[in-house]
Design a protein around this ligand. Structure first.
Ligand code: GLP
Length: 256
């Protein structure tokens, strides 16, 4: 894992934007995995401002609520179109978001997996992290080999996400999410986390044991992971000084 600690959320998003932009420039027909939530918003704003060419890009989102109409203000479909896709020249047919209203959820999950596979796999997966260490909506105790499927949110995640819905009762219980096995097949993962409320989950994921109790900890077994943090999200890390030194002394050919 490469741990990149920046002074502010703005600077952390800036590093993440450079990583995504480089992917798009190096492989214009790349496959991106994308995340929702407050955290990637700054990243998406920066990507929009870079005026990159998205015409060849294919995207797969991590997750979606079950039962929310597509156009619901809190659906991840709405989130992605409002905050990224409508501002760039992506081809609508190349955008994939799990269908939270499918008649047959297991079948649509299998189709989602097959589409990722036939697109050639995900080149770069953007991830956020929940306060309980979830990635996508893979809650603690999710199988570390799981594929795209239905999951039930924990009370904590429903509480965390209530801020977007107005009240906790309005947060759906069920979601569709890429599995941990799906995420682990991405060629590269980029986890972005900011804020003190993520410090504990990040410390466990980066420096704790690999455990389904903190699903993000599985990334320790992935060969290409960058974790981009602000100071607050990094504040629980014991080896922060070492990570800072490594980043500040990268050989030129490795620099972003
Ligand atoms: C949701 C999403 C995750 C995201 C997490 C953190 O649960 N399914 O993909 O990483 O929230 O969101 P935020 O960035 O808003 O803290």
């Amino acid at each position: 894992m490469e741990i990149i600690i920046q002074a502010t959320p703005e600077a952390a998003a800036d590093v993440a934007a450079r990583i995504v932009a480089r992917q798009l420039r190096e492989k214009p027909a790349c496959v991106l995995g994308l995340a929702t939530g407050i955290t990637p918003l700054l990243l998406y704003q920066k990507l929009i401002a870079l005026h990159l060419d998205w015409s060849g890009v294919t995207t797969f989102n991590l997750d979606e609520y079950i039962g929310l109409p597509r156009g619901h203000p809190q659906s991840y479909h709405t989130f992605m179109w409002e905050n990224l896709f409508k501002h760039v020249n992506i081809v609508a047919e190349n955008v994939h978001i799990p269908d939270g209203n499918a008649q047959n959820i297991p079948e649509s999950c299998a189709t989602y997996e097959a589409r990722i596979h036939s697109a050639g796999g995900i080149d770069l997966q953007v991830l956020g992290i929940g306060t309980d260490g979830h990635i996508g909506f893979n809650e603690p105790t999710s199988s570390l080999a799981s594929r795209t499927r239905i999951k039930t949110l924990t009370p904590r995640t429903r509480q965390d996400n209530a801020r977007y819905f107005g009240s906790e009762e309005d947060v759906p219980h069920h979601v569709v999410t890429m599995g941990i096995g799906t995420i682990m097949e991405a060629k590269q993962n980029l986890l972005l986390a900011t804020g003190q409320h993520k410090a504990h989950a990040i410390a466990e994921a980066v420096e704790g044991p690999v455990t389904s109790m903190n699903p993000a900890s599985i990334l320790q077994l992935h060969p290409r992971v960058k974790v981009t943090l602000d100071e607050a999200a990094a504040s629980g890390l014991q080896r922060a000084e070492y990570y800072r030194w490594v980043y500040d002394h990268k050989p030129d050919w490795q620099a972003l």
